[in-house]
Design a protein around this ligand. Structure first.
Ligand code: G3H
Length: 496
């Protein structure tokens, strides 16, 4: 068990002796009352007082752009970040263990999350060197010589999601820091302890006040922080409902910079020419990796009616071969789902689909044992069902038949989301004809492969309720800075 009784503020690890939140793992263990979620630790329930203290520290460290951090050279900021990543690597084993226990991610995926984050930081450092090389050039136009500088924006409130508590949180946190901003960092509700071993690395690597933590029930502390009007950038990954509510609290909502990654209902489209075994294996990865708890997961599959039976047969056979087990079991594919209310919600979605004419195609699909949910293939989905539009964020695969390719296109046009789509086709001209409409409806079209964010060097964004701003390496550096110009007229005085 890990009991966090301190928080990082203004360069100090401050003692916490107030109320704490108990963290129960989704990994259930047998006890006298059957299987129960295991208590794995506690962390502070911060209040408005500490949140304001953190805000003051971040504002003082920024000091209207005159602080040590926003004025530090690019080389200086890179050195601090390199020190951080070195210290972070020392905590690898513990952080991986915490990811496994706190959100039920398999050992392989938890390790990948950690290592991918380290790579992301190193890529961000390289991207900054690149950006700096480009922006330090002088340009001359119409008798004016100018140099652009990528300048910071101020105080950034960073909030990440539970499903990638480390990686996605750092997807905003790291570029925001390295561009010279100062930070208020609120870890996700499920996935807070994951960050505890790394707080010291922040404390020892950056000047005081650059990174400050905020704990507490989100609804109690974050709206108040936004209402001060002193947050310059909201960097949030989670639901659009929470993001919109936070944005509305800001008195200068129209001028607030927001970098948001939000809801998604990514579709796979399996045409009648598709290589079905390939489509099935990619759809399994897309729909069920980390139990479907990814914003980039495939959350609905449109299959051409002529190949629907064969596709469903292959999909059900592939699902039957998956291993369900504890996160530490080698080769495990599905693990306990992280959110306590999720199994009941998924059951509700499946029951609703059955009541409206669908069936669960695979044996045991949708059966739950505490936090384990056996994946369910549900067919045929129609617009009356929750699974048609709602983002299930769990191991349920809704499938619906189509006749004309216009149907999946119409589905996307009418969707409130616009993140990704996967097209499975073996006909080059059919694929080519589908790319253009979807490029203009989502932010990434995958050809004969699952939906996913990586490789992380590529931009990550979305349309409609799926995102605002763009993340991933070069784009993220731009998201957390402004192009500021130093310009001089080529007159006699300036020639000196
Ligand atoms: O939850 C959203 C994540 O950004 C998904 O990332 O596609 O690498 O799993 P991923």
């Amino acid at each position: 068990e890990i009991h966090q009784r301190e928080y990082l503020c203004n360069g100090e690890m401050k003692k916490w002796d107030g109320e704490v939140t108990e963290v129960y793992s989704p990994v259930c263990i047998p006890g006298p009352d059957g299987l129960t979620r295991k208590l794995i630790g506690t962390y502070p329930v911060g209040t408005e007082k500490e949140a304001n203290e953190a805000l003051e520290a971040a504002m003082a460290a920024y000091d209207n752009g005159r602080g040590e951090w926003p004025t530090m050279s690019v080389e200086g900021r890179i050195k601090c970040m390199e020190k951080f990543v070195y210290k972070m690597a020392e905590q690898r084993d513990l952080v991986i263990k915490l990811i496994m226990w706190e959100i039920g991610k398999s050992y392989a995926d938890s390790s990948k999350e950690f290592d991918r984050t380290v790579d992301y930081i190193n890529m961000t450092i390289d991207a900054l060197k690149d950006t700096d090389r480009q922006s330090s050039r002088f340009e001359i136009a119409e008798g004016v010589v100018a140099q652009t500088r990528r300048a910071p924006l101020g105080v950034v409130l960073c909030m990440g999601p539970f499903n990638y508590p480390l990686n996605e949180t750092y997807t905003t946190l790291i570029p925001a820091i390295i561009m010279g901003n100062t930070i208020l960092f609120k870890p996700p509700k499920h996935g807070t302890l994951v960050h505890y071993p790394l707080l010291k690395a922040f404390q020892e690597s950056f000047p005081k006040g650059v990174v400050n933590t905020v704990y507490g029930r989100g609804a109690n502390v974050t709206p108040g922080l936004m209402a001060t009007g002193n947050i310059n950038v909201l960097a949030f990954i989670g639901s659009s409902k929470v993001a919109n509510d936070l944005k509305k609290r800001h008195p200068k909502i129209n001028r607030l910079r927001a970098v948001l990654s939000l809801d998604a209902k990514n579709a796979a489209i399996v045409t009648k020419t598709a290589n079905l075994p390939l489509a099935v294996s990619e759809c399994i990865l897309g729909s069920l990796s980390y139990n479907g708890q990814r914003c980039t997961a495939i959350k609905i599959i449109h299959v051409h009616k002529d190949v629907a039976d064969e596709f469903l047969k292959l999909l059900s056979e592939a699902v039957a071969k998956l291993n369900i087990g504890m996160p530490w079991v080698k080769g495990v594919n599905l693990t306990p789902v992280a959110e306590p209310g999720k199994p009941a919600y998924l059951k509700e979605c499946i029951d609703d689909a059955i009541a409206n004419g669908a069936r669960v195609v695979n044996e045991n699909g949708g059966t739950t044992v505490e936090s384990f949910v056996f994946p369910a293939v549900v067919y045929p989905i129609n617009e009356k069902m929750k699974l048609y539009r709602e983002e299930q964020f769990g191991p349920v695969i809704p499938v619906l038949p189509f006749d004309s390719i216009e149907e999946p296109i119409e589905y996307q046009i009418n969707s409130p989301h616009g993140m990704q789509v996967s097209i499975f086709s073996n006909d080059a001209s059919e694929t080519a004809a589908l790319i253009d409409p979807f490029v203009n409806l989502v932010s990434r079209v995958n050809i004969n492969s699952q939906c996913q964010r990586g490789p992380d060097v590529f931009p990550f964004t979305g349309r409609k309720d799926s995102a605002e701003g763009t993340l991933s390496v070069h784009d993220a550096l731009r998201s957390f800075s402004i192009r500021s110009l130093v310009a001089a007229k080529l007159n006699d005085t300036n020639k000196q």
